[in-house]
Design a protein around this ligand. Structure first.
Ligand SMILES: Nc1ncnc2c1ncn2[C@@H]1O[C@H](COP(=O)(O)OP(=O)(O)OP(=O)(O)O)[C@@H](O)[C@H]1O
Ligand SMILES: [Mg+2]
Length: 328
């Protein structure tokens, strides 16, 4: 832990520690450039933007923000938001020190504000309105926060930048509009191309055998095609477990194929092993929702040969079978 501290308005604040482990961002230049543009200031009177980075879990939202901070050569702080994050957790926490004296600890966010670093508010959609409200002045032209606990106003350094990552699917609270309007633009992360996905896996697991890498990339790419939410992180975990299983017993090594299949099952469940079934189920449950329906949906089940869209589904299935062959 850093022992750094600063004085703000007569109150001594102990600062948080910057992150040291930073990775490289592979592929998808566009979204990286968009994020860097948000953080540019083009005129003395201009202000940086605080974008929302959205995408399925494990797609690389945190990794992207970390890489962008590294490119700007700024210190990076990450604040993990949760459902029970309180305003003081976000800003300044009083801690009972030696001899019963109160010490004030600055959060990673406030530390970034003071030092002119970058702060990523990770999983922002999990945080409640009260905590978000305490950040309202920070994310408009005022650029300050007010710590009730320490009784001080803390202005942000001119170099302070931030971004909020959010998962689209599992919001704990509805974030109010006045907050969302301060978190603009929204930058969606998509799945990487085949080539990029291979490079990502290789970058993180340089010791993985090419065959195992190929199997995993094939699996991930096919799940992207089927619009399933398996991500780079799923692929990395799966590969890691398989490689560990293969290395475990030199006398009785298990085959690559067996290790990979086992890992698939234990990391992603039975579902992962049967992508087609999972894709169909997801498709069916989407159709069960009050999403826009075609007229045919009122009269026929989706899998009814009389359904006007039936032909299309069938074509897709044929393609899926082809891919399935490649996987085996
Ligand atoms: N383009 C990329 N370049 C390098 N690494 C990547 C890339 N995309 C994903 N990764 C790696 O995939 C893993 C998951 O990424 P990350 O933790 O950033 O996902 P996330 O979108 O923040 O997930 P969550 O929503 O669960 O927080 C990390 O190990 C990350 O380094
Ligand atoms: Mg993340």
């Amino acid at each position: 832990m850093s022992t750094h501290s600063v004085e703000v308005d007569g109150v001594r604040l102990k600062l948080a520690t910057a992150m040291t482990n930073r990775g490289e961002w592979i592929g998808q230049r566009e979204v990286l450039h968009q994020l860097l543009a948000c953080w540019l200031v083009v005129d003395e009177s201009d202000l940086p933007l605080t974008p929302r980075l959205i995408g399925v879990p494990g797609i690389g939202k945190t990794a992207l923000a970390m890489a962008a901070a590294a490119l700007r050569r700024q210190e990076l702080y990450v604040f993990q938001c949760t459902a029970d994050t309180r305003p003081e957790d976000l800003l300044v926490t009083p801690v009972l020190g030696q001899e019963g004296k109160l010490a004030y600890h600055a959060s990673p966010l406030v530390t970034a504000m003071i030092r002119g670093g970058v702060c990523i508010l990770d999983e922002g959609n999990r945080m409640n309105e009260k905590s978000w409200a305490s950040l309202a002045p920070l994310f408009d032209q005022r650029r300050y926060v007010e710590s009730i606990v320490a009784g001080i106003v803390i202005p942000a350094h001119a170099n302070f930048r931030s971004a909020v990552t959010m998962n689209q699917d599992d919001s704990t609270y509805e974030i109010p509009d006045y907050i969302l309007s301060r978190l603009q633009p929204t930058l969606p992360l998509g799945f990487p191309s085949r080539q990029d996905e291979l490079a990502i896996l290789q970058y993180h697991l340089p010791f993985a055998e090419p065959e195992m890498l190929a199997l995993t990339v094939e699996f991930l790419q096919r799940s992207h095609e089927l619009k399933l939410d398996f991500s780079a992180r799923d692929g990395l975990n799966m590969l890691r477990f398989a490689l560990k299983r293969m290395a475990q017993d030199a006398d009785h090594p298990i085959s690559k194929d067996q290790a990979w299949r086992e890992s698939l099952q234990f990391c992603l469940g039975e579902d992962g092993a049967d992508l087609d079934e999972l894709a169909q189920r997801k498709n069916r449950s989407l159709k069960g929702n009050p999403l826009p329906m075609g007229l045919g949906d009122f009269f026929f089940e989706a899998d009814d040969p009389l359904h006007p869209d039936y032909e299309d589904d069938d074509d897709e299935d044929e393609n899926d079978d082809d891919n399935d062959q490649q996987l085996r």
